[in-house]
Ligand binder design. Sequence first.
Ligand SMILES: [Cu+2]
Length: 132
Amino acid sequence: MNFRTSILITMGIIAVSALPESCTSASLRREKITGVVVNMKKFKFDSKIVTIQKGQQITWINKDRVLHNVVFPKIKIKSKFLRKDQKFTLIFEQIGKYEYFCAPHKSMGMTGTVVVTDGKQNKRRNSRINRI
Ligand SMILES: [Cu+2]
């Protein structure tokens, strides 16, 4: 399979924890989110369908007190169970349509879709998003 997806959450935690606690920029970096955010709220993904340009990232944030996760069965990607305010980030580097769900709440309709485009038609809009 030539699909390449980067899981950033582990890398992000390592990068932040390597900096001293007192470092202000580390605190800012910890709160900074780039790309598109999908909140997991009230047993739903708040953006059911998200369209991004390839190379962009999506960050899921659990806003519920219960545990949620993100499972992409076709590309065999599964996040750990996220507690409240925990995040999971993926970068999509191949165009396509990717359906996903939260394993414990799939039957309740906690499902979503990521559509990855080549970005040519929306180049201006997407390049602005990239700079956030
Ligand atoms: Cu869930």
